[in-house]
Write a protein that binds this ligand. Structure first.
Ligand code: FES
Ligand SMILES: [Fe+2]
Length: 359
């Protein structure tokens, strides 16, 4: 299982191809990475009133997040009786009732009522509670961590909140959601996200919008930030997608949090991307958009439609290259490559975290 990895990017080779094509690694990643890191699972507006709840999945673990008065709580969505689900979808209730035999729990997770259990020995409902999950929030986002001993969310977000402060993400409002399914390993998508090296070849239109020479990657401990100043608009040019003069902040900040969260902030909006592995060679990427001045109706707002259309165009280009790379990672002649010291520090940083968590 272990693989060699050099912490010095100038000497390092990329991680072995088998990590992308052998299903055994996904199990290992779920166990050692996804079960110990903060996962973006929902939005604060889904739990704004006491009793409101939503369910989510982290790997093969189903959880429920709810508001109990002023407190946000998270539980494994697994009944203590015979593992039925205690919540479905989202909604608002004052107790959680299992969908199987009706055991009922308080919003604090205590077993309130277990019908027809008279005569059962060493059974004390008042001592029984749903297994809890850690919950934390940043701005409009709700995170969960299956590991009760994990470091706090702030330790994983590191410098991102400070760096995006000028954009006022914390007060942005939810606009819409979109899911993309890709035939590649989740790490192929993350690798691709973590460098701007492919922009000139894969994204010619995006290349026109940002100042590629000034593009920077800043790796931290568990996160990294890519910084792309918008290219100034020369006089007479009108066909640009991003207009730096119209933006409150004339740059794009692409934050990434290990292992699978991206926060893209530019042009008065924040886009969260959660990269969800569904199989070793299938990935769903969930995009959610937030905006400081949300359109009344995103479906009919022309400026909003242009932003989404451009985002889709970039996404299509990434999907195509990621799927081609996944096919080639199975090639009999490829195992490991090298990194550009100038452009691929973010990828090397991700791989060093994979190495740390997996070996
Ligand atoms: S499994 Fe929940 S009540 Fe039986
Ligand atoms: Fe890309």
């Amino acid at each position: 299982m272990p693989f060699p990895f050099d912490p010095n990017i100038a000497r390092a080779s990329t991680i072995p191809a088998r990590l992308y094509v052998d299903p055994v690694y996904l199990e290992l990643e779920r166990e050692r990475i996804f079960a110990h890191t903060w996962q973006l699972v929902g939005r604060l507006d889904q739990v704004r009133e006491s009793g409101m709840f939503f369910t989510a999945e982290i790997g093969s673990d189903s959880i429920v997040v709810l508001r109990d008065g002023d407190t946000l709580r998270g539980f494994h969505n697994v009944c203590l009786h015979r593992a039925g689900p205690v919540a479905h979808g989202c909604g608002k209730r004052q107790t959680l009732q299992c969908k199987y035999h009706g055991w009922t729990y308080t919003l604090a997770g205590e077993l309130l009522h277990a019908p027809e259990m008279e005569g059962v020995e060493r059974f004390t409902p008042q001592d029984m509670r749903l297994r809890s999950v850690s919950i934390s929030t940043w701005g409009p986002l709700v995170f969960a961590n299956l590991d009760g001993n994990a470091p706090p969310l702030g330790d994983m977000l590191e410098d991102i909140p400070r760096r995006v402060e000028p954009f006022a993400c914390e007060s942005m409002r939810y606009v819409m959601r979109k899911e993309y399914e890709l035939a590649c390993n989740w790490k192929v998508y993350v690798d691709n996200y973590l460098e701007g090296y492919h922009i000139p070849v894969v994204h010619p239109a995006l290349h026109k919008e940002i100042d590629y020479d000034a593009y920077r990657v800043e790796p931290y401990r568990y996160s990294s930030i890519q910084h792309a100043p918008l290219r100034p608009l020369p006089a007479g040019v009108t066909d640009r997608r991003y207009d730096p003069a119209a933006a409150d902040v004339p740059e794009a900040v692409y934050g990434w949090v290990f292992p699978n969260l991206m926060l893209n902030v530019y042009m008065g909006q924040m886009q969260t991307n959660v990269v969800v592995p569904v199989a070793h060679d299938r990935t769903v990427v969930v995009f959610e958009w937030y905006a400081s001045r949300p359109p009344a109706d995103p479906a009919t707002d022309p400026a909003w439609a242009r932003l989404v259309e451009f985002s889709d165009e970039i996404q299509d280009e990434d999907v195509e290259i990621c799927e081609a790379v996944q096919r080639n990672l199975r090639s009999r002649v490829y195992d490991r490559g090298r990194y550009s010291v100038k452009r691929e520090q973010g990828v090397h940083h991700f791989h060093s975290l994979l190495h740390e968590f997996l070996t």
